[in-house]
Design a protein. Structure first.
Length: 372
């Protein structure tokens, strides 16, 4: 079994590292779901939820307070300073959207938002700054004419007419990339699109309705064989994948559907343990013997996840990708809550990155800071 080093929370001096992998194979196998638009009734439901719920900004916060692991904390305001790093959602070699943290030029908040969307343009100004195997999904020639954020945390984006030149098969992916890129910035919860001075009420090719602002409730990387019933809820699960050369590991968010009314965090972790559904580059983070015992939210806001896995009886040298997938999945589904992990009843759970996940660890501010 390989020990794979991936993203993790570090100190304010160095928030995130992505060390080298020995090969592109997963710890316990490599699988994933083909992605495609969900059935029409599910699409409508997700769009409606997008407009009517209190939304997660998707900004992963640091751990704060006593009992925090020192090497997993940082000051959020410092970490989010414009020009340091910006996380954008790019298409990987398997056709999935993944967050990639880029070092974009310094500038004010508006310039930073415009640059983050410009990075999504195929063959655009930042194409040479993208890691190998990743590309933007906006059509070549697309220009970001303006981005403004109102008091209701709605980002209004205006593109030029080249935006309409996307391929029909990429329509949903275009919307997902824009939405998840912008709502990853603090203070943005919804997105509205304009083209050449006109508000879009639907997408030009397949007619995806845009009468409600888009949010992360829209989902990302949905399974091709989506649900056919309405009494389901969406959760986001983070699986891992390897770069084309197998040298680096990165994380990919996937929307899964679970029965409505289930505890969101427990349901998401259940999907994480179940693993990817088919073959498309995603890797199984857990072993076949991983069992979720409990999920508890403490008064200090820390979520405690208790797991059993006979492969790691002493709680030492647990693969980092396994532990970070838990942290990322919990944070996404529990309002960016910090996480501490209990494994086989042990309160000290050390990853292959030498981080003790038995203490509160928060998801990194910048995910997938991959080298060029």
């Amino acid at each position: 079994m390989k020990h794979m080093n991936t993203v993790r929370g570090l100190s304010a001096a160095c928030l995130l590292t992505v060390p080298i992998l020995l090969s592109g194979c997963g710890l316990f196998g490599s699988e994933s779901a083909s992605v495609d638009p969900p059935p029409g009734e599910i699409e409508a439901q997700m769009l409606e939820v997008s407009d009517s719920t209190t939304l997660d900004t998707g900004v992963f916060g640091p751990v704060a307070g006593e009992g925090t692991a020192a090497d997993s904390t940082t000051d959020k305001a410092e970490a989010a300073a414009p020009g340091e790093r910006t996380t954008v959602f790019l298409k990987d070699a398997n056709g999935l959207l993944a967050p990639v943290s880029l070092a974009l030029p310094d500038g004010d908040s508006t310039a930073m938002l415009k640059d983050s969307l410009t990075a999504l343009v195929s063959k655009g100004p930042y194409a040479s700054a993208l890691p190998e195997g990743f590309q933007g999904v906006l059509p070549a020639g697309t220009e970001v004419k303006n981005v403004s954020v109102d008091k209701d945390k709605l980002a209004v984006v205006e593109f030029n007419s080249a935006f309409n030149d996307y391929k029909a098969a990429d329509e949903r992916k275009v919307l997902e990339a824009i939405t998840w890129t912008l709502t990853g910035q603090e203070g943005i919860q919804g997105v509205q699109l304009w083209v050449d001075g006109k508000k879009l009420t639907e997408m030009p090719l397949l007619g995806t309705p845009l009468d409600h602002p888009l949010s992360r409730a829209f989902g990302i990387n949905l399974p091709k064989n989506g649900p056919m019933q309405m009494n389901l809820s969406a959760v986001t699960v983070y699986f891992s994948a390897a770069t084309p050369d197998g040298a680096h590991q990165y994380y990919v968010p996937v929307t899964r559907f679970v029965p409505a009314g289930e505890d969101k965090v427990k349901a998401a972790l259940g999907e994480l343990i179940a693993g990817p559904e088919s073959t498309n580059g995603l890797e199984t983070a857990m072993t076949g013997g991983t069992v979720l015992n409990s999920v508890e939210a403490g008064q200090n806001g820390v979520v405690t996840v208790s797991l059993t896995d006979d492969m790691f009886t002493d709680g030492k040298n647990v693969p980092e990708e396994m532990l970070e997938s838990v942290v990322l999945t919990v944070a996404q589904n529990a309002e960016d809550a910090p996480v501490q992990i209990r494994l086989n009843g042990l309160e000290t759970v050390t990853g292959t990155n030498n981080v003790d996940y038995g203490k509160p660890v928060s998801a990194p501010e910048y995910v997938n800071a991959l080298p060029l």
